[in-house]
Design a protein around this ligand. Sequence first.
Ligand code: ADP
Ligand code: MG
Length: 701
Amino acid sequence: MPSATPRTRPRAGFAGLDQPERLPRTRSIPRPTLLEQPVETLPGVGPGVRRKLARLGIATVGDVLAHRPRRYESAAEERTISELFGDDEAVLDVTVRRASARRRGRLHILTAHVADATGDIRATWFNQPWLEARLVHGTRLRLRGKPSRYGFQVSSYDIGEAAETADFAPVYPSTADLAQKTLRSITEAALAFARDGGEPLPAAVRTAESWPLRADAVVRLHRPRSDDEAERARRRLALDELLTLQLALRRRATEREVLVAEPLPPPAELVVRYRDALPFVLTDAQDTAIAEIDADLARSTPMQRLLQGDVGSGKTAVALYTLLRAVEGGRQGALMAPTETLAEQHFLTIEALCTELGVRVALLTSSLTARERRAAHQLVASGDVGIAVGTHALIQREVEFSDLAVAVVDEQHRFGVEQRAALAEGRSPHVLHMTATPIPRTLALTVYGDLAVSEIAAPPANRKPIKTAWVTEERSPEAYARLRTHLDDGRQAYVVCPLVEGSETTLARAAEDEAARLRAHELSGYRVGCVHGRLKTAERRATMAAFKDGELDVLVATTVIEVGVDVPNATIMIVQEADRFGLAQLHQLRGRVGRGAEQSYCLLVSRHRDELSETAVERLEAMVSTTDGFELAERDLEIRGEGQLVGARQSGLTDLRFTSLRADRDLLERARELAVTLDGETLLDAAVERLLGEAEHVGES
Ligand code: ADP
Ligand code: MG
């Protein structure tokens, strides 16, 4: 292993201001600030690589160290050429005799004749033309690969020391334009700072339970010598991560202890009328959740409850019940959604019912004109509006309530900031958090330590599981034929457009074009509407309402329909270029169908098989194999790689980088115990602050 310590580039500009008032420190003293250095301070990282790293969520040296390999290469035996056998993977130590290249169509084939003491063999590389110049006569090579018809097919190579070809070489989540080789060498350089994270676990705990040092765990995560060592490293880092989380939860809980809420009077006439007005009877699971909520609302400590249930399980009906409880107590409710579209959808869903019940609802979004907005704010401030619906950001930042009693927070990051806004008023609302990120109850209790949990475990009984199929694009005509049979039966459908790169405007244009194309071809003769993030509010609402009322057969959409859209007559969905979407996103999208009693279908159309990454195939297969949100969440954590990272941010849970919820229950418990004794420990304190700080930032964006 190379042991040279990579140097950081000197920082330009500030040298003259940076008084050396402290003695230079030796490397054995951790300096956590070094982990906050931008990635460019590492050798080999210029603006281009920096941008690519940013897409993986990596901005600092610390982020590089926390970028967890998604797997490791398996161990392969070092063999001589004469010992090569069958198609076993092996590592060769050879010298180049000569190399030559040729083309076959678009394929560039590089062949090198290589030899060791026992014989020679041809080694082949595909599409790596730049390599030819380096394979000069006499060059020592380490090759990892398999014997094949064409000689030795090289999967990785090293010129010099073993790195790429080493056993257990890390394979990182990456993007198509960022090579593993690059990520590995950046990580290698960052490892010089592994000790700067310090050691948060007290020595007594560490030795008693034989945990590796944190710094060693970081090194072994990236350079394990066995699978076992990698796993031990992962568990150590998972413990730290869970410990930080538990400490943050404790801090939140302590902050809340001092808060006071006004108890609500018991359920009365309005919610009875609400139950009558609903077109269905609430399920037992919904009723249980409601009973738990009612008990909370009767107390003078503000409710902090998490309502969890998979997509389509019927959380909205429970949420509206809770809001109405505020209204019938003569007070107000707020429903906060993460996006404008979702806020609008919630508004459409509840407005009709509320009007029937004589409750006034206001929608507050940033697309209101200044005058409309002032008027709406006025109505909320005067108490004329019973329920306000809007985005988290807007409601927290701008809206003054006359008497807010209940806030429902939909799909918010684990740490919302609603509390802070409430604190300023001296009296806190009761808060119901809703999430579709499924985790089993026992785990939820630990992960969401400071929240009470209600779970809607079973969907309404009339549901049939959605049938999902995956085809590649050449079979997309069959998918549309299938979709048309549904339309001809009087059902409705969604077509989700490819996730193109670019601005919201680019996406919107692509969706419009696709809708026009479909109207002319696959869906000619059907009524096709289109929604995307660039529509004016009024247009978007009109289109959504038309679809809901059955005036449109098909809704062509971007992912704006990911959450909240609720049209039970829609029974089939086509997702175009489904390989581009993250697993969580696909699951949410699929949740738009299967919301009524009819059998529903989700057809995933991907690009050609040979354009798909390994992880894309894993995602599509996972979608076909199960509709269970919990299983998919687990798979998501395992697969998380290309293109997943953005979607993953939404749900607090997938922020756990090192923890495997199924395997690490013992760690969760241990972290919870340790959090009690380690509260106030400074190294962790900084991490806790950062976590809470990030959460605030997320909540406000
Ligand atoms: P979630 O928000 O959990 O994804 P929703 O609250 O949007 O789910 O409900 C999904 C669909 O199920 C909606 O069409 C809703 O009207 C319907 N639904 C909710 N509760 C019931 C019930 N008890 N019986 C039948 N249908 C229900
Ligand atoms: Mg919902």
